[in-house]
Design a protein around this ligand. Structure first.
Ligand SMILES: Nc1nc2c(ncn2[C@@H]2O[C@H](COP(=O)(O)OP(=O)(O)O)[C@@H](O)[C@H]2O)c(=O)[nH]1
Ligand SMILES: [Mg+2]
Length: 456
């Protein structure tokens, strides 16, 4: 992202030049210059340095010996002078707009060579812009995409990425991870009494939030696919909570067998539903508990596997047997975005919260709360499969970096040991840093000293 370079000196790499327009006969040829010696080269060719960033018509002359026609003049053209740091690369830069044609370009190139500039390598201007903080990696990629774009949609997508919105999104997440990481590092380096006790809660809260924001964003990128195939909703919970009854009520038909005998549902039963215009596949699954036989165990395994691949998990508990929700098999399928339904409110009230999540009270028997649940499911599915204004993920590289980040945050969330947590967060920060090309461990230390005044 075009950073603020006031007061910052950008080192000048060796001077380079390149023809920015296609070679061959053309109305115009644009030659671009960057780096050490550009100021002197422009001064020499144009006879003086033109005012910065103003197209100036001037005669360009080769300082070398006059050719056999008796003149050192190369061409008459426009010269643009971009003193550092306000140029594409951040270095001193210039553009020469000459008449198109091989001989003119060859004469200018020969002169530039004599003035100590060399031909640029492919991508060298953009590489310098990246190195000097003028662009992040995602914007450099956007430039490659833009020059390769053949359709209007490709061009629009590349332009959106070039405006830096995606890079800024990733950098904002990375900044928050750095601050959170600094909080954890602080607990490692300093004794407990120096730190407020709520640090750990704040860290956990922020990690859960970041995790759901990044995975929502990743999820939003598969919206089209979900819209085609249906949002996968897993109905999970302990046996006898009323999962099969709930599925039948939502589907308004007897798809699953309902029974008071725990462990009746052993396979995954899928029902296709239209939830407010978005297709959904609801799955009724075996009750999650320590299985009493091999077939039930297989059912639990299938339920857990389906839950892993689901877009949305709905955990159902029975109000009259709420403690069954605390079984490890149930806890293990819960994610940050899981909906909690408290069924059988005709028998007993449900607590308002479970595991920090609000409980949606329903009774399949009396029909209470079913419409509200359907509304809630519809809003969740449209969130998961609706249209989005967010910047698009254009490369697998970005997708992989974000996934690696979410995985590391997940491990940090479930790891209460601050040393391992800090390590996982370092990995999550690196994963994002690789996307934008900013990988700097010093930043963690900077954030640490900014956030706390511990040293006193
Ligand atoms: N009182 C009451 N019983 C319910 C309700 N929902 C389901 N049940 C009963 O609870 C038992 C278990 O239901 P089922 O749907 O098979 O539960 P699952 O094991 O979670 O699939 C059955 O006897 C249902 O009739 C409800 O809202 N209220
Ligand atoms: Mg069942």
């Amino acid at each position: 992202m075009g950073g603020d370079h006031r007061g910052k000196t950008i080192p000048q790499q060796p001077g380079i030049y390149a023809l920015a327009t296609p070679s061959g006969r053309a109305a115009l040829a644009v030659i671009r210059l960057s780096g050490a010696g550009v100021r002197e080269a422009v001064e020499t060719l144009a006879g003086r340095l033109p005012p910065p960033r103003v197209a100036t018509l001037t005669a360009l002359s080769d300082p070398g010996p006059p050719d056999r026609h008796g003149s050192g003049m190369i061409d008459r053209g426009l010269v643009l002078w971009f003193p550092a740091p306000f140029s594409y690369t951040g270095e001193d830069g210039a553009e020469l707009q000459l008449h198109g044609g091989r001989a003119t370009v060859a004469a200018a190139a020969a002169a530039l060579g004599r003035l100590g500039l060399r031909p640029a390598e492919p991508g060298e201007f953009t590489r310098r812009a990246f190195r000097n903080g003028k662009l992040d990696l995602t914007q450099a990629e956007a430039i490659a995409d833009l020059t390769a774009a053949e359709t209007a949609a490709q061009r629009r997508q590349a332009l959106r990425q070039l405006d830096g919105a995606f890079g800024a999104l990733v950098e904002a997440w990375r900044g928050r991870l750095i601050v959170t990481s600094a909080r954890i590092e602080a607990t490692l380096d300093f004794s407990d009494e120096d730190l407020p006790v709520e640090v750990d809660d704040r860290v956990q809260g922020e990690l859960l939030l970041l995790r759901s924001e990044i995975s929502d964003y990743l999820g939003s990128q598969t919206r089209g696919e979900r819209l085609r195939e249906g949002v996968k909703v897993a109905i999970l919970g302990p046996p006898n909570a009323g999962k099969s009854s709930l599925l039948n009520a939502l589907a308004r038909r007897e798809a699953a067998i309902v029974s008071a005998v725990a462990g009746t549902t052993r396979d995954v039963i899928e029902v296709h539903l239209d939830l407010g215009g978005v297709p959904a596949v609801l799955a009724d699954t075996a009750g999650l508990r320590e299985a009493s036989d091999a077939i039930e165990a297989e059912g639990v395994r299938r339920a857990t596997r389906w839950a892993e691949g689901a877009d949305l998990r709905v955990v159902v508990g029975a109000a009259d047997d709420w403690s069954a929700l605390y079984a490890p098999a149930v806890r293990s399928v819960v994610r940050s975005d899981t909906l909690v339904v408290g069924n059988k409110v005709d028998l007993a009230p449900t607590p308002p919260f479970w595991d920090g999540r609000p409980v949606l009270p329903v009774s399949v028997k009396s029909g209470e709360g079913i419409d509200e649940l359907l509304d809630r499911l519809a809003s969740e599915t449209s969130r998961l499969a609706g249209e989005s204004e967010e910047p698009a993920l254009t490369r697998t590289r970005h997708q992989q970096g974000l996934s690696a980040c979410v995985e590391a945050i997940d491990r940090a969330i479930s790891n209460l040991d601050p040393v391992l947590r800090a390590e996982e967060l370092r990995l999550s920060i690196q994963a994002l840093g690789r996307i934008t090309g900013r990988v700097d461990v010093e930043e963690v230390l900077d954030a640490l000293f900014r956030t706390f005044c511990i040293g006193k």
